[in-house]
Design a protein around this ligand. Sequence first.
Ligand SMILES: [Cu+2]
Length: 341
Amino acid sequence: MNGILIAAVLVLAVLAVIQIVRIYELSSVIREEDTALPTPEDNDRQGFWMLVFGIAFIASFFAMMYAWMPDTLGLPASEHGPQYDNLWDISMGIIIVMFLIVQPVLFYFAYRYRGTAGRKASYFEHNNKLELVWTVVPAVILAVLILYGLSTWSTIMNPSKENEPIVVELYAQQFKWTARYAGKDNDLGNANVRLIAGTNALGVDTLDAKSADDQVTPEMYLPVGRPVLFKFRSQDVIHSAYMPHFRAQMNCVPGVPTQFQFTPTVTTADMRKDADMVAKVERINAVRAKAGKEPYVFDYLILCNKICGAAHYNMQMPIVVVSEEEYAAWIKEQKTVAETL
Ligand SMILES: [Cu+2]
């Protein structure tokens, strides 16, 4: 009912505005004014506000940079992270430089060359030099960016085969993540959605010999400096495995296996000591203290980056990056599929 009332009020408001404009037009006919032509005052006013808007626009850009830059992702925690960040920095650098050249000029010109009685715009039909410059310069810049992006993509997606990666399956479902380590043979056993029953929430094929030593865990420990090959599966809808600190994201699609490999380079303990991270955690905890909440401690996370349903926002699992020894001790404690199913 409320919706209908609001819609009716909006329609009436639009009709009222149309009527007012018509009355204004009719009255100016009587006053013998041409409403289609701006007066010198109109031009001055609009030129002035264009300038004010342009300055406020650029100022708001710097204000947002100042306010939000400290909250962006800090130190990358994976081997390929710095390459990824470089690509981002160079692309954003070019975009920001262009923005800061073009936008002020655009708004200043709107002000400087506002309508003035007696001034005529110069007219030319065509200029080869100009056409060439504004076609070739952006084309070259874009080609360089695309080639650089493609080469970064291919180095990230084709990591060196020197060290054998630890194989971990990440299983996505509404609304949680589960990890399955491949065990001693480093080979994941088969799994199928049709085999999901009772405690076998991942549908692991217990008849497959390779699955006996797999280890299903509710959190993920990773050894620093060792490559990890993630194999993604989804039970229900499309999810997206998002590990921002490691600069990694991959969709998890039901029925379509996907994978991504990276090497963690910073342990959780070291990241907690990183100066930027310490400052960020302090800022977060100042807000939490005001709200009477317990302090937050930094942890790496895997999040879901596809809006997959009502509790999507809370679909996360902690990732703990530790030394090789700590990892070995942790993985030894995890139960195998043979022990649990
Ligand atoms: Cu999800």
